[in-house]
Design a protein around this ligand. Structure first.
Ligand code: NHW
Ligand code: EN5
Length: 388
């Protein structure tokens, strides 16, 4: 059934529920000298290229490939439109490797036709902190689909990761392959219901009029929590402490140090936004919330071409109730002209989704680990990890 994935060190469907198998790495690392030296073979018309995303021209090529060929919803109405600034942020975290930004070009035209990347990360699974690679942006041009190019690309990025002595990876996908460690659902909170309905992102509810719908989703003009403000560079140590402590409760979570927090959470315009609550009395940082900006192209609509979406990222509440904190996040997002606020049912998100008028979407997100077995699938609320 899965000609490629059945050959890979990932949990297999047939092993599901087999409690005799140990949790942990599936294959032991091989000596680096045994890692294949040469790139895998591509079909003769194509060649490997390392994409230098610092370079504006190359970054534009990657942006165009993804904008025209990356993930769509099941009815092909929307396609992710990651901005160039977002791609540079996502692909250049502390300790990143240029050699993991892998493209495929057509030899004759030099056109970029496929892309796959990895970035380094430390992720904890239960008590085991491993160096991992996070994988994203696997994309093959629409005209070259179903030619088994994806397995070659996955093998090639795996080889280059092995060369850095890293043997595990985490990734997410909308499709089911062997074997999800958890299956999450997307939830959506309308901020601009009229536009969402006009473009077919959502529908007018039964017995609802447009004006009642607009009223239903109305939000206050300004945030309500005292001491709520944007995160700044000076907050990095406090936010790191808060986040580290908070993420301990989840079975799978990133192991962030201050450099990671500075990279992944310090606000970057139109890419990532972070807010925190500083106690007016003690000046302690007690709560934190964040979201990233990922618009989608609206395919085939005469009036609109872009859907501005915020995606819930890492949120921590110790003093402010999570629901109130997230309501303030919605208020900020609405003020900044986002059309919709999306969230997965990971971490403690289930505690506020319904109350804050999020509704379940039609998309799922499956989480995977490469070369690491866990005995039994996790509930989304056991996941403390958000991949972009
Ligand atoms: S998920 C988003 C993936 N991208 C898209 O959906 C964009 C639109 N689609 C495409 O570009 C986030 C193509 O359809 C792609 C497949 C390229 C997806 N993950 O070439 P063939 C990520 O980027 C398997 C993994 O003929 P194609 C995460 C499929 O099951 N595998 O198909 C990336 C089949 O194998 P099987 C996927 O449609 C994680 C084989 O590919 C997959 O022309 C990468 C068919 O290949 C997916 N999303 O191209 C894994 N979609 O065994 C990293 C399909 O079933 C692993 N397939 O026969 C870790 C490696 C590092 C380890 C380090 C130690
Ligand atoms: C890599 N890290 O399907 C990620 N999105 O629900 C790659 N649906 O936007 C994998 N179909 O439900 C990503 N509106 C996999 C996800 C791919 C994209 C995807 C879904 C997630 C989505 C929308 C639009 C559906 C359009 C028709 C959706 C309903 C919103 C409604 C608002 C009001 C309250 C009820 C829900």
């Amino acid at each position: 059934r899965h000609r490629f994935w059945e050959t890979q060190p990932v949990g297999q469907f047939r092993d599901l529920g087999d409690t005799s198998l140990p949790e942990g790495p599936i294959e032991a690392p091989t000596p680096l000298s045994d890692v294949r030296r040469d790139p895998y073979n591509l079909p003769a018309q194509y060649e490997w290229t390392t994409c230098d995303i610092d370079d504006d021209h190359t970054c534009t090529e990657v942006y165009n490939l993804l904008t025209q060929n990356y993930v769509e919803d099941d009815e092909n109405m929307f396609r992710f439109n990651y901005s160039m600034e977002f791609l540079r942020w996502a692909l250049r975290p502390p300790g990143y490797f240029k050699s993991w930004h892998i493209g495929v070009r057509a030899k004759a035209s030099q056109k970029l036709v496929a892309f796959i990347t990895g970035v380094p990360a430390r992720i904890r699974v239960r008590d085991d902190v491993v160096k991992w690679r996070r994988s994203t942006f696997l994309c093959v041009h629409k005209k070259l689909r179903s030619k088994r190019l994806a397995p070659v690309m996955i093998k090639e990025v795996t080889r280059r990761v092995h060369l850095e002595n890293i043997w595990q990876a985490s990734y997410t996908a909308g499709v089911v392959i062997p074997t999800p460690i958890s299956t999450c659902r997307y939830w959506h909170r309308s901020l601009n219901p009229k536009k969402l309905i006009d473009v077919g992102f959502s529908r007018l509810g039964a017995r609802m009029t447009m004006s009642r719908t607009v009223k239903l989703y109305k939000l206050p003009e300004s945030t309500v929590t005292k001491g709520f403000r944007k995160m700044e560079l000076r907050d990095v140590p406090a936010v790191t402490r808060l986040l580290k402590e908070y993420l301990r409760q989840f079975a799978v979570a990133p192991d962030f140090d201050q450099d990671d927090v500075e990279h992944w959470l310090l606000p970057l315009e139109n890419v990532v936004d972070s807010y925190l609550v500083e106690s007016p009395e003690t000046h302690e940082i007690t709560d934190f919330c964040s979201f990233y900006t990922l618009p989608s192209s609206i395919l085939n609509n005469p009036n609109y071409s872009l859907l501005k979406a915020a995606y819930s990222y890492y949120n921590v509440s110790t003093k402010t109730p999570l629901q109130q904190l997230m309501n303030d996040a919605l208020i900020v997002a609405k003020k900044n002209d986002y059309d919709v606020f999306n969230a997965l049912d990971v971490m403690q998100n289930e505690s506020f989704l319904k109350e804050l008028k999020f509704g379940p979407g039609d998309g799922h997100l499956h989480y995977y680990l490469y070369n690491y077995r866990i005995r039994k699938a996790l509930h989304p609320s056991e996941l403390g990890l958000v991949l972009l």
